[in-house]
Design a protein around this ligand. Structure first.
Ligand SMILES: C[S@@+](CC[C@H](N)C(=O)[O-])C[C@H]1O[C@@H](n2cnc3c(N)ncnc32)[C@H](O)[C@@H]1O
Length: 197
């Protein structure tokens, strides 16, 4: 992860978040009210923990946050909802089973997952797209009717097909580029609201 000490990096440090990426979720929350008190939230690619910390605060003690990552590491949510961490690759069935055993249904699925970049722009984009497709498939099984999805994707070839797939099962779909996402980055966020179940 690029550690340029920009405005958002310094703000995250000051506010006690381990990564500046928290503001990519915070802006979506301010604009679209994704998370509500009491929600159960699944955070895919949760390390080092900023999104989980933020979500736990917003959904509060009656909610739940389950975080999944292939990288281990301590995540301290500091108040709010209970937090469970699952170590592993979410594309693997065994890891999906662990998630389901903690909670089978969620109101909100958030994914900031990014593939390990190779420098090959096309290959990285395709990898990111495959991850996002997996997230959409999991959303079909795990999101409650009326639930929301917020998922990072590297924009490129076949991206519009992903958006069209989302439109088939959510009533509101938008492609969102938060201000804190660097202009030179190809990342955008697929926001899909009100899952049709
Ligand atoms: C940009 S970071 C997430 C930052 C996090 N949202 C935060 O605010 O602290 C992306 C994470 O996705 C994880 N990741 C990538 N592919 C994954 C996969 N298949 N299963 C689980 N985690 C994955 C990486 O290990 C990495 O920690």
């Amino acid at each position: 992860m690029k550690q340029v000490q920009d405005f958002y990096f310094l703000k995250a440090r000051k506010e006690g978040y381990p990564a500046r990426s928290v503001y990519k979720l915070e802006e979506a929350q301010r604009k679209f009210s994704l998370l509500r008190p009491g929600d159960k939230v699944l955070d895919l690619g949760c390390q080092p923990g900023s999104w989980s910390m933020y979500a736990a605060r917003v959904v509060g003690v009656r909610g739940l946050v389950v975080g999944v990552d292939i990288t281990a590491g301590p995540i301290k949510t500091r108040g709010g909802a209970p937090f469970h961490f699952v170590l592993g690759d979410i594309t693997k069935e065994s890891v999906q089973e662990k998630v389901k055993s903690i909670c089978p249904r969620y109101q909100v699925l958030i994914s900031d997952m990014a593939p390990r970049t190779t420098g090959n722009r096309w290959a990285d984009q395709q990898q990111s797209l495959r991850l996002a497709e997996t997230v959409l498939e999991l959303a079909a099984d795990w999101l409650q009717p009326g639930g929301h999805l917020y998922c990072k994707v590297f924009e490129g070839e076949d991206f519009q097909e992903l958006v069209a797939t989302a439109r088939r099962s959510f009533s509101r779909v938008k492609v969102f580029k938060p201000k804190s996402s660097r202009a030179e980055s190809r990342e955008v966020f697929l926001l899909a609201m009100n899952h049709q179940g």
